[in-house]
Design a protein around this ligand. Structure first.
Ligand SMILES: Nc1ncnc2c1ncn2[C@@H]1O[C@H](COP(=O)(O)OP(=O)(O)OP(=O)(O)O)[C@@H](O)[C@H]1O
Ligand SMILES: NC(=O)c1ccc[n+]([C@@H]2O[C@H](COP(=O)(O)O)[C@@H](O)[C@H]2O)c1
Length: 299
């Protein structure tokens, strides 16, 4: 694996003066541009940025990227921040998270046949915690006016994006962010209905800059590879139905957990409980391999 390189990248990001933004892996050397879509100021390349703790990366994260592709993004960026507005660092180390992000990105770059935007993936590292501080270093990294950033997040994070506790004056502070960026937001079980989310977006004053999406499981080639085969899925589903358990129990067994219900917490708990069926359901095989190899989330 690329551990020494990732350790160096992390050390550089934390060093003085820190490198505010850097990529550690890109689908091609000209990312986010390509032969088909070279750098252009008339039609900037739209990058979907998934800024997450990736502790670990899940299939819900992957499907958020697919949703961003469906609403017109050209490239995707998995972004790890060395700082978080709320969370401390527990579980996997930053290097282990980067390794897992790169594994998921390599799966997409190699196997994602039908979705050019998701295949056009990169992994990056940023030192800032707030979205409004993260945007400028990324924009500055590429020729002026050639990229547009669409931040993809769940309803829970959008609530935190607009939470006044992170700002002196939420409206004034957020204005420059929304001049250069937009948000793609997915509903999430436990965080209100889609209508409530729409109402929240309208009242934020930036309704024109937020696109709402829903997470749906797509049986793309990558998903099929991930699940080994659709036949296996079918058998598993039938077996679970035969068990005649209630749906809550089915989900905790793992076979039937829906994409939208997945979270990194579910995976960490599943590893702790040795529920490998649920781990398999929620993460890609390459991420599971790293969880096992690095002995992550066992206590
Ligand atoms: N199942 C999901 N549905 C919608 N959005 C999701 C889902 N899982 C993660 N996200 C979104 O992905 C972004 C990054 O998520 P984050 O790293 O907080 O993942 P998480 O699974 O919620 O992590 P944890 O369980 O450790 O809190 C956030 O904006 C979050 O809202
Ligand atoms: N108000 C904000 O700018 C805001 C809100 C929520 C999360 N974040 C950031 O998003 C990144 C990922 O955070 P979570 O893993 O907690 O979703 C972290 O860097 C965190 O600081 C920023």
């Amino acid at each position: 694996m690329r551990k020494p390189f990732l350790q160096l990248a992390l050390a550089k990001a934390k060093g003085l003066p820190p490198k505010p933004f850097q990529t550690t892996l890109t689908a091609n050397s000209s990312w986010p541009f390509s032969v088909d879509r070279p750098a252009s100021t008339t039609r900037p390349t739209r990058i979907a940025v998934l800024d997450s703790s990736f502790n670990p990366p899940t299939k819900a994260h992957y499907q958020l990227l697919k949703a961003a592709s469906r609403v017109g993004c050209d490239a995707v960026l998995l972004l790890l921040a060395t700082n978080n507005v709320d969370k401390g660092q527990t579980g996997a180390s930053a290097v282990e998270r980067l390794e897992m992000m790169e594994a998921m990105a390599m799966d997409a770059i190699r196997n994602e046949k039908n979705d050019p935007a998701v295949r056009h993936m990169a992994v990056g590292l940023i030192i800032h915690a707030r979205f409004m501080d993260k945007a400028q270093p990324i924009l500055d990294h590429y020729p002026p006016n050639t990229i547009q950033l669409s931040w993809i997040m769940g309803h829970d994070t959008m609530t935190r994006l607009f939470d006044p506790k992170y700002y002196k004056d939420v409206h004034a502070d957020m204005a420059p962010f929304f001049e250069q960026c937009d948000v793609i937001c997915s509903s999430r079980p436990g965080y209100g209905t889609r209508d409530e989310m729409m109402e929240f977006v309208q009242s934020s004053g930036h309704g024109d800059k937020v696109t709402l999406v829903d997470l749906t499981e797509e049986n793309e080639e990558l998903e099929i590879k991930i699940e080994k085969s659709e036949v296996l899925q079918l058998v598993i589903k039938e077996e679970a139905e035969d068990l005649n358990t209630d749906s809550t129990q089915d989900r905790s067994i793992g076979h039937l957990m829906e994409i939208k219900e997945m979270s990194s917490t579910v995976v960490r708990n599943a590893v702790k409980d040795q529920n490998w069926t649920l781990v398999d359901r929620c993460v890609t095989p390459s991420v599971k391999k790293l969880i096992e190899e690095n002995g992550l989330y066992t206590s």
